[in-house]
Design a protein around this ligand. Structure first.
Ligand SMILES: NC(=O)c1ccc[n+]([C@@H]2O[C@H](COP(=O)([O-])OP(=O)(O)OC[C@H]3O[C@@H](n4cnc5c(N)ncnc54)[C@H](OP(=O)(O)O)[C@@H]3O)[C@@H](O)[C@H]2O)c1
Length: 319
């Protein structure tokens, strides 16, 4: 495993972070709590020290599963969670944090993130200054150790950073979803803000496991992912056909190739979601895969077969 400093904080995070949206069950199908706990422990055994969750994942279920799974090793792990976009007033943030602390069975959260900017999903706008005041208070009290943003544009990030130190940005980022490169990435690199790439395997697509005629079960939100829509899906399959021999030559899986590509970027870690112990262990091993300049150039060209046809909308789903 590789380790990076989180932003300007003193926290050390693993370059592969385990994502636990799946653990919340809602919007996924066939998730089993015992299997999830096994996946979390497998990630830990494989060297992952950093885990990402959110109050919104299954209304706290993901946080509760994670807290229970890691309570005996709390001092060895870094826990990142998020407050949702509809709870960004000062008192709401304080209340949400206390709830997350309880769910996670801990008295401090390492990284507390604003999940989506205020006003997202038609919600009411709260000035970011007010939300940051709550975050700063929680930090001064030792209840959180670092502050991060998720799904923020560069402009929104710059605005938030006026009101307190921001240590991370969590955007969608994979070989097939590269909007952050043209927006916040350079600002993050220049300002020591760590990029925590979510959906780094394009929600499983980059593992090559979904064939040309794949249909998700009812209730699996991935059917709303724009990469899975017919206008993009054929190009995705063509790109995967070209990525496969590269992975084979390196003796790695397609998913590991996709994660290693994300990790090849400066100040960037990958939040890999997993539902099973096998997936979690394979994903952790991607931290040991290094890609040559030649391979990176080839992958860049292949990724553009998909990304050149995407519009400017940085949100991956049509909810
Ligand atoms: N901030 C945000 O708004 C936001 C949004 C999305 C995600 N996230 C965070 O980022 C994490 C990761 O994103 P994500 O789950 O959307 O996408 P992802 O990590 O790109 O893909 C995860 C999915 O890929 C499949 N997979 C994972 N490892 C695999 C392996 N080794 N072999 C084969 N298949 C594998 C699994 O699909 P199956 O379930 O079909 O097995 C898994 O559910 C989330 O858990 C969450 O913590 C944050």
């Amino acid at each position: 495993m590789q380790f990076d400093t989180l932003g300007k904080s003193e926290l050390k995070i693993s370059s592969i972070i385990m994502g636990t949206w799946q653990a919340g069950k809602e919007m996924w199908v066939g998730i089993d709590d015992t299997q999830t706990t096994g996946a979390i422990r497998a990630a830990l055994d494989a060297g992952v020290t950093t885990f990402d969750t959110a109050e919104a994942y299954g209304k706290g279920h993901s946080e509760r599963i994670l807290g229970a799974a890691l309570s005996d090793v709390r001092d060895r792990v870094v826990l990142a969670t998020k407050v949702f976009a509809n709870r960004l007033k000062f008192d709401q943030v304080i209340e949400a944090c206390h709830k997350s602390l309880k769910n996670l069975k801990t008295d401090y959260i390492d990284l507390y993130q604003i999940h989506w900017p205020s006003g997202s999903f038609g919600g009411k706008k709260v000035p970011v200054e007010e939300t940051m005041a709550a975050m700063n208070k929680l930090k001064a009290q030792g209840k959180i150790r670092a502050i991060g943003m998720s799904n923020f544009s560069r402009v929104q990030l710059e605005e938030a950073a006026q009101f307190g130190p921001v240590d991370s940005l969590q955007p969608p980022y994979s070989l097939f979803w590269r909007h952050v490169e043209n927006d916040a990435m350079s600002y993050c690199v220049e300002n020591k803000i760590t990029i925590l790439a979510y959906s780094p395997m394009a929600q499983g697509l980059l593992t090559g496991k979904f064939g040309p005629n794949h249909q998700f079960q009812k209730g699996d939100h991935r059917s709303k992912n724009r990469l899975f829509q017919p206008e993009n899906y054929q190009r995705v399959q063509q790109a995967l056909t070209r990525l496969r021999p590269i992975a084979d030559n390196l003796g790695v899986s397609l998913g590991q190739l996709a994660l290693a590509w994300v990790l090849s970027h400066p100040r960037t870690c990958a939040i890999a979601g997993a539902r099973t112990a096998d997936q979690a262990a394979l994903n952790a091993a991607a931290a040991g895969v290094s890609l040559s300049e030649k391979v990176l150039r080839q992958m860049d060209e292949i990724g553009h077969l998909v990304t050149n046809y995407l519009d400017e909308n940085p949100v991956m789903w049509r909810f």
